[in-house]
Design a protein around this ligand. Structure first.
Ligand code: HEM
Length: 450
């Protein structure tokens, strides 16, 4: 049975599909909960212009998808983020090509290499706290989104290029911000809008911003090829590695992989830092406990911070309640059954991560921020999946985990913050899509008190 014949509970008319898409766009987590409450799991969601997907958010359904034979699963097409990352990107390649490129990229993200990035991560956090005309001095108000983005961009650039050149950093910061801002929600979800209009359409602005970023990346590739750059970064590894048949990535392919890593490795981690800081400063008992653990560790040695169990639990609980990538999609190349629904080649299946992370069968008081749960029990890969799963699980997961703990630990060690009253006590802000990741609707301000 193909997807259409199984569409028993899906919105059927374009008008309804549009309303559903709107509801999902305004508050996707609530929309998912509403569908689960109304129809159970799994259910279909139709995105105008992008097609339908069967969504599941139960460990059983997730296991069926992540355990399916790899040749059955590929990235869905058309893909909302294709213009951002490009078709050569690891995120969008499939089959033998994906296997080959993943094998090429994975060593740069291996546990042993990640430890080497610890110093870059700590220094990036310290530079943000100490630099920029003492933006974090007592009495100052800090925009946590801007600060977190500055730190995570610095980390990924340091990991990519193996050094920290302030001129290049500034150029990239501007180009990446323009690029991300130019890729609006409508451009992502409505492919029909991806047309130019003599340089004035949103699509034109996006392409110009992408070209600007690519110019910077191509200049760095040329510098590396000419031997004028360090050999420690991920870029050097990408350029030096050869496939089994002796072939190598072309400059254009390297450019798309680098653009992918900048985009995938920057906003996701930044948004998690903001949510973690927000929760900690709304929950004094949790903040006290994690700060005591960090202080007792004595200094901000990166490896020590990364190994603190309660700090790790805080980061995991943040990723549970606010998975930055709330939807993980697969296009099918053949038949697959997901919780009793038979899907076929050409169909799309999705994991609704917020549902999985709030499944009452798995999580006690799922709506509460309670890091202790991660110390009391181990959760399996089909219960807790902020990094997706199977053969396409996030290649940067180890780096991201390491980065979250070190940056958060460094901030907690060095400054005392308070939330403005609106965020200290008011309702939690809505989570909305920002480019490749989701994050709080508004920037969350903190006052520095010491
Ligand atoms: C908190 C931070 C992060 C989160 C929550 C996150 C989440 C994800 C998720 C859910 C996927 C899709 C997995 C799937 O389809 O099963 C993914 C893929 C990916 N992520 Fe991350 N990510 C994070 C940080 C990073 C970082 C730091 C990098 C690199 C520097 C990175 C690079 C990638 C790449 C290249 C893929 C595509 C992997 C593939 O298709 O083989 N991510 N990420």
């Amino acid at each position: 049975m193909g997807m259409d014949s199984a569409l028993r509970t899906a919105p059927r008319t374009p008008r309804l599909a549009g309303l559903h898409a709107l509801a999902a766009g305004v508050d996707y987590a609530r929309y998912f909960r509403w569908r689960r409450a109304r129809e159970g799991d799994p259910f279909f969601v139709r995105f105008p212009g992008l097609g339908s997907a069967l969504f599941t958010g139960t460990p059983e359904g997730v296991a069926q998808v992540f355990r399916a034979p790899t040749e059955l699963l590929e990235p869905p097409r058309p893909n909302p983020i294709e213009p951002m990352v490009g078709t050569a990107s690891l995120i969008l390649s499939s089959g033998a090509r994906h296997r080959r490129d993943r094998a090429l990229l994975a060593p740069a993200f291996h546990r042993t290499r990640i430890r080497g990035y610890g110093r870059i991560i700590r220094d990036s956090a310290v530079a943000e706290l100490d630099g920029r005309e003492q933006a974090w001095r007592p009495g100052a108000r800090v925009n946590s989104r801007t600060a977190a983005r500055a730190i995570t961009l610095r980390v990924i650039l340091g990991a990519l290029f193996g050094d920290d050149d302030p001129v290049r950093r500034d150029r990239y910061a501007t180009a990446v911000a323009e690029f991300l801002d130019a890729f609006s929600g409508p451009l992502m979800l409505v492919p029909a809008l991806r047309v130019g209009a003599f340089g004035h359409a949103p699509w034109d602005r996006f392409r110009i911003a992408r070209e600007r970023l690519d110019d910077l990346i191509r200049a760095d590739i040329a510098r590396h090829r000419a031997g004028a750059a360090g050999a420690d970064g991920i870029l050097a590894t990408l350029l030096a590695t050869r496939y089994e048949d002796g072939g190598a990535l072309s400059d254009d392919e390297v450019c798309e992989q680098v653009r992918t890593l900048v985009v995938a490795g920057h906003e996701t981690t930044a948004t998690s830092l903001v949510w973690a800081l927000l929760h900690l400063h709304r929950e004094p008992a949790v903040l006290d406990r994690v700060r005591a653990e960090v202080r007792a560790a004595g200094d901000d040695d990166p490896a020590t911070l990364a190994a603190l169990p309660y700090l790790e639990a805080v980061c995991q609980e943040t990723l549970r309640l606010h998975p930055p990538v709330p939807i993980v999609l697969r296009g099918l190349t053949g038949p697959l059954e997901v919780r009793g629904v038979e899907l076929d080649a050409g169909d799309t299946v999705g994991i609704a991560v917020p549902l999985l992370h709030s499944d009452p069968e798995v999580w006690t008081d799922p709506h509460l921020f309670r890091p202790e749960r991660f110390l009391e029990r181990r959760y399996g890969p089909f219960e807790f999946a902020p990094y997706g799963g199977g053969h396409r699980r996030c290649v940067g997961a180890t780096l991201a985990d390491y980065e979250l703990r070190i940056v958060l630990g460094t901030i907690l060690n060095r400054v005392r913050l308070v939330l403005t009253p609106r965020y200290a006590r008011g309702p939690m802000p809505l989570s909305v899509p920002h480019n490749i990741a989701t994050g709080p609707l508004r920037a969350i301000p903190f006052d520095v008190v010491a």
